[in-house]
Design a protein around this ligand. Structure first.
Ligand SMILES: Cc1cc2nc3c(=O)[nH]c(=O)nc-3n(C[C@H](O)[C@H](O)[C@H](O)COP(=O)(O)OP(=O)(O)OC[C@H]3O[C@@H](n4cnc5c(N)ncnc54)[C@H](O)[C@@H]3O)c2cc1C
Length: 289
């Protein structure tokens, strides 16, 4: 199918883009990489009468470490996130998650802002943002506001974004634990994951787990951080007993949707297996295995 007719706008900077979005209100939609909106336009699931192309807003394509945070501009593409030295040095979990998105062509065009705004519950970048406590910077003609990712993502494809607003950046607090892993399972290479796990933690001088962050994607209408499992891990050694206990408790803590294709029991078992795998790959990476 072809999209319904629309007027195409190509603003040169953020101020122009915000003015266009404000002028056209709910009839306008921004487009960044087009990797989610393009198919929705073609299927006429989205029928904006004005399309505001963000691709010339080069000020939103940036990765920088600022004081105690990593700031990523909304137009930063998955490919750049996967390869930026700043990300690899300060937040390799984010880089690994970006590298696992879809296929090469999608990573070349898709942006972090588009991924957060689209809010697919199985998408990688919203999961990392929620797990690591990122904040979104959201701009409108009246100014900017900051919203935690966990509050921004409200349900499937439902976010705290008002007409005329744009996501301009994501801010990830630093430092995070030096042990980390991203694990996901999908039926075919390049498909959205059925379940994914983001893990980051550190250990104290005695080898006990501290500062654990654990998040699961694909198990609810939004990505979930599991603070009760994080608390359960605190002060325990990262041995097989602990890991198996945390994985079983994670699976018990979720209430995924039931469907004929993916029954609840299957998603729970997948969550348990992937949590175990995440801890193991974090520890193996430390050993250089
Ligand atoms: C075959 C296929 C496989 C895929 N597999 C995966 C996968 O495994 N994992 C995954 O996470 N994603 C996957 N995707 C989606 C892809 O990652 C998209 O890149 C991403 O969801 C959207 O980013 P985009 O820049 O392309 O956004 P667009 O498609 O341009 O826009 C998406 C939505 O965000 C809005 N938007 C865009 N930028 C902003 C902004 N700055 N502020 C406010 N609103 C904005 C748009 O109006 C639209 O509603 C897949 C896509 C395809 C086609």
């Amino acid at each position: 199918m072809k999209p319904a007719p629309f007027t195409y706008h190509r603003p040169a900077n953020l101020a122009e883009a915000l003015a266009l979005l404000r002028a056209h209100g709910p009839a306008a939609k921004p487009i960044a990489g087009g990797q989610s909106l393009g198919p929705m336009l073609n299927m006429r699931l989205a029928r904006p009468s004005h399309l505001v192309d963000l691709n010339d807003l080069i000020e939103l394509d940036r990765v920088r470490v600022k004081e105690n945070m990593l700031e990523i501009g909304a137009l930063t593409r998955h490919h750049r996130l996967a390869n930026a030295p700043e990300v690899q040095r300060s937040l390799p979990l984010l880089g690994a998650a970006a590298a696992s998105i879809g296929h090469y062509a999608i990573r070349q065009r898709g942006t972090i802002g588009g991924s957060l705004a689209h809010a697919d519950p199985a998408a990688q970048l919203p999961l990392i943002a929620v797990t690591l406590g990122a904040t979104l910077v959201i701009s409108g003609t009246a100014g900017a506001r900051e919203v935690p990712a966990s509050a921004f993502l409200q349900s499937i494809m439902t976010v705290d974004l008002r007409d005329g607003e744009l996501i301009t950046a994501l801010r990830f607090p630093l430092p995070v634990g030096d042990l980390w892993a991203f694990e996901a399972f999908s039926r075919r290479h390049g498909d959205f994951a059925l379940v994914s796990v983001a893990l980051s933690f550190a250990r104290d001088a005695e080898g006990k787990i501290i500062a654990l962050r654990l998040g699961l994607g694909g198990v609810d209408t939004v990505p979930l951080r599991l603070p009760e499992i994080e608390a359960r891990a605190q002060g325990r050694p990262a041995d097989e007993n602990t890991i198996r206990d945390l994985a079983a408790a994670s699976a018990a803590a979720i209430a995924p949707e039931d469907s004929e294709q993916v029954p609840v029991v299957y998603r729970r078992e997948l969550a348990e297996t992937l949590v175990i795998r995440a801890f193991q790959s974090a520890l193996n990476r430390e050993k250089g295995a």
